[in-house]
Unconditional design. Structure first.
Length: 202
């Protein structure tokens, strides 16, 4: 896999790593073991220790894993002529669950809000989430965005319905599409696409 995920590590004890560390995926099992031994020795001299409970070595072709909100896994190509598997990076199930919980919390605690301020609040949530997980030529978020759209459509229907049986009948028929069209709700599929192509062009 090409590229690195950068993590700033702040130690509470006697040492602090300068700059950022790198999260590296190695092709064979021999090198990670060697790196761990070297890292353990270096940290010991700094007065630090590695938390063995948080270390996990695995083969990505056999098991997926999550890191910084992303899920790394190997998947089969969607093209039948391509029999090779490739690395797929997408928002992790935990990240999606947190987003759903955030949406539910936002709508559940603001049933009395008017549509316009609610749309503004939801747009803030989605822009921040999509900005983090949209990485050109790295992440694959299209399936996830479609799932979010379906989830949001249902939650918006429930929220609009809670305002009264006769309230917003037209908007309730297709909540997501209608709020995008008439109330400036962010079109998350279009935004994700524009962000992807804008980064690719840059």
């Amino acid at each position: 896999m090409t590229g690195d995920c950068h993590v700033r590590i702040w130690e509470r004890l006697r040492g602090k790593f300068p700059g950022s560390t790198r999260f590296v995926l190695m092709k064979t099992n021999r090198y990670p073991q060697k790196i761990l031994r070297r890292m353990s020795s270096t940290l010991t001299r700094m007065g630090l220790t590695i938390n063995q409970k948080k270390i996990k070595l695995l083969h990505i072709s056999k098991s997926s894993f999550s890191f910084l909100g992303f899920e790394f896994r190997m998947v089969q190509s969607k093209f039948k002529w391509n029999t090779k598997r490739h690395t797929n990076i997408r928002p992790s199930p935990k990240s999606r669950s947190k987003l759903y919980a955030n949406i539910s919390d936002c709508l559940g605690k603001r049933r009395h809000w008017k549509i316009e301020p609610m749309v503004y609040k939801l747009n803030e949530i989605f822009i921040g989430w999509l900005n983090y997980f949209s990485i050109t030529k790295v992440t694959h978020i299209w399936d996830t965005v479609s799932q979010i759209k379906w989830h949001l459509d249902y939650k918006l229907y429930k929220w609009l319905k809670s305002k009264g049986r006769k309230a917003h009948k037209t908007l309730r028929q297709r909540p997501f599409d209608n709020l995008v069209r008439y109330k400036n709700l962010l079109d998350i599929e279009k935004y994700a696409s524009l962000k992807f192509h804008a980064k690719a062009a840059g």
